[in-house]
Design a protein around this ligand. Sequence first.
Ligand code: SF4
Length: 459
Amino acid sequence: MYFYYNIKNMKDKNFYIENYGCQMNISDSDIITSILLKNGFTQSKNLDEANIILLNACSIREKAELTLKKRLEQLKFYKKNKKIWIGITGCFSKQIKKIFLEKKIVDFFVSPDSYREIHNFINYSIIGKKYFFYDSIKKKNETYADINIIKQKNKKITTFLSITRGCDNMCTFCIVPFTRGRERSTDPNSIIKECERLYQNGYKEIILLGQNVDSYLWIYNKKNINQNQKNVVDFSNLLDLLAKKNPMMRIRFSTSNPHDMSNKVLEVISKHKNICKHIHLPVQSGSNKILKLMNRKYTREKYLFLVKQIKNIIPECSISHDIISGFCNENEEDHQDTINLMKEIKYNYGYMFSYSPRPGTYAYRKLKDNVPKHIKKKRLQEIIDLQRKHSFYRMQEHLGKVEEVLIEGESKKNNQYWYGRNTQNLIVVFPKKHLNIGDLVHVKIKNTTSATLIGDICI
Ligand code: SF4
């Protein structure tokens, strides 16, 4: 039974947005918020005051899906006592959306390429229209380039800027190419303008986002450019342009696909002081057999060669990883290949998961999830333990060095300390003294844990 509601009776269309998921989702929450605010909605920071609740989530990993299910169970209570509309945005396959709809808590879904119309979709829901899935099939080129993002007034000095959307890689375990569509890049002029605007608004660091930033590509129509302008802008050109135009803005980026990363990009990173020396380079597995089953388009040997190139061109560069343990057909030998690759590289840090098949993916349809749960768990633990050792080893390399740190906020453990990040994206904590959030300071590293560098300001 659906509740028909006269939209004119609503004093306020007051939304509350919760974010679950990756950096791309956090960046998308800003897009959704900006579109709703520009269309007469108001934003509430308090769930109790809102009549529209948006959960910007994802189903890329089973754990994320379970967290969302739990949250929806909690929201059932709100729905019983008050007329509210609940919408889910983000990366979900049709199968998963159906499971959520059956629970009768969710009113609508909006997919990542359809946010431009989200205000209309919410209005349809409010007047009782039974459209549940707002998927944009027509908007394959959507980049939201012209949306003037309204950033929330918090004290943050670092923010995300999306430069590509979607992905063409079709890794067999991944739902992104189906939920976010084909890869497309944002006009470099709009990225440069947005970067300048963010700097003027007090941001000191931007993180360029894309599923695969290294394949960024913009081709100008020859008629629209002058003689001195290049008609093709790739990722190395974009980084170079941004670093030159905004020398005071720190630049980071994520995520790199080893298949697409070029020496040209590494050289640009090495050339500019304001491009941070950290590369997130997901490997997923150290076994060629598993990489092939995952449809990753590089081999273990190519990956190791790339890491060597990174260290040659940018010796101080930190490298982090994503690893999936227990993918289909993974045996002990494959697992040991991953362990040995980790030992060879000694990553600074990483994100480690055990494999869970995701509905809608090739692996879900065609491959057998045949590694028993307890084996997956054991292998994952070995990977985590090894990474902990390597992180500690890498942190020791900073002892005694003076490093440039951007202050991001007060340390959670001690309000007499600031925390910030060095160029390698490592957390540094140090006594406050007379400094402010957003200051770029020099800190001498005196101690470390496996996750934090501890130091003192150099005056
Ligand atoms: S590169 Fe692979 S894992 Fe990354 S978003 Fe694309 S398909 Fe998914």
